[in-house]
Design a protein around this ligand. Structure first.
Ligand code: CP
Ligand code: NVA
Length: 314
């Protein structure tokens, strides 16, 4: 007997397109998959997923490939470091070939529009595995981790400090949809993009989530979790020095965690540049959740793929 999901056939380009209830459905499935992996061994039986990567990866690549194998499916990694998708042939032709062979396309690209364009032309689901603007699979794993560590997401308070980048944007959408309070603390000029912020505020208007922006590192006070990411995202090497200068006062160190409050956890999507955005003392502390986040990438993505293309266990 099959159990089709209401999410079957959907794309995941951005969590801005998903409701809080849809995200919770995936998080609940992820918790179930983590508790009882044996029940998920055939959930992607006969399904093939192609993974197109224009940028390097450890976590995303391994967690997708291993996760798909653990659910009985087949993942194929396609290295796109040498030429961007759409260079050899049109993105449309690319999508319309791939959909003849695979049940899902996972893509990590420089330009967000590449993933949007793939999804526009492919009849199979397209999953965003990181673009310049967004990283929804990361945010799914992060909300799962926050729920495990802190509990009720409607009461949790997350502080994101550093560069208002793709990871920050994904967290804004996730928190907005799930009713989680988020404070984003950046230097001037490093705020999240206005369009993404507006979209998150619209979503938060429905869930009641509180979104606060600040330039003051002391605004971490009173949060359950302090989250940061690299100051120099993939493709930004030419801006490294200016970024380091602007972001230095926003480093997460022992003083930041003490300011956040007792019991605050530390979160980071990784890879981290130890000694820049975070100190060893913080990332290696028992209050650091970074390796849980990495593990949860796999559980969250398994749950996601099984809902999009597989058979969720009853
Ligand atoms: N967090 C994350 O996406 O890591 P990778 O770049 O190693 O995939
Ligand atoms: N903001 C980082 C995240 C890496 C997972 C980047 O885009 O490089």
């Amino acid at each position: 007997m099959t159990h089709p999901s209401p999410l079957a056939g959907r794309d995941l380009i951005s969590l801005a397109d998903w409701s809080g209830a849809e995200i919770i459905r995936v998080l609940d499935a992820a918790s179930a998959a983590k508790r009882d992996p044996a029940a998920w061994r055939r959930a992607l039986d006969g399904k093939a997923v192609v993974m197109l990567f224009e940028k390097p990866s450890l976590r995303t690549r391994v967690s997708f490939e291993v996760g798909i194998a653990k659910c009985g499916g087949h993942a194929m990694y396609f290295d796109h470091a040498a030429s961007k998708i759409g260079q050899r042939e049109s993105i449309k032709d690319y999508a319309m070939n791939l959909e003849r062979w695979v049940e899902c396309i996972v893509a990590r690209t420089f330009w967000h529009d590449t993933v949007v364009e793939l999804a526009r032309h492919a009849r199979v689901p397209v999953v965003n595995a990181l673009t310049d603007l967004d990283h929804p699979c990361q945010a799914l794993a992060d909300m799962l981790t926050l729920r495990e560590r802190v509990g009720d997401l409607r009461r949790a308070r997350l502080a994101y400090i550093g560069d208002g980048n793709n990871v920050c944007q994904a967290l804004l959408y996730a928190c907005a949809a799930l009713g989680t309070a988020i404070t984003v603390i950046t230097p001037e000029g490093y705020e999240p993009q206005a369009a993404g912020l507006d979209a998150a505020r619209r979503i938060a208007g429905q869930s009641g989530a509180r979104i606060t922006l600040s330039h003051d590192p002391r605004a971490v006070e009173g949060h359950h979790a302090v989250y940061t990411d690299t100051w120099i995202s993939m493709g930004q090497g030419d801006q490294a020095e200016a970024r380091r200068r602007a972001l230095r006062p926003y480093q997460v160190n022992g003083a930041t965690m003490r300011a956040a409050g007792p019991g605050a956890i530390f979160m980071h999507c990784l890879p981290a540049t130890r000694g820049e955005e975070v100190t060893d003392e913080v990332i290696d502390a028992p209050t650091s959740a970074v390796y849980d986040q990495a593990e949860n990438r796999m559980h969250a993505q398994n749950a996601l793929l099984v809902h999009l293309i597989g058979v969720p266990p009853a």
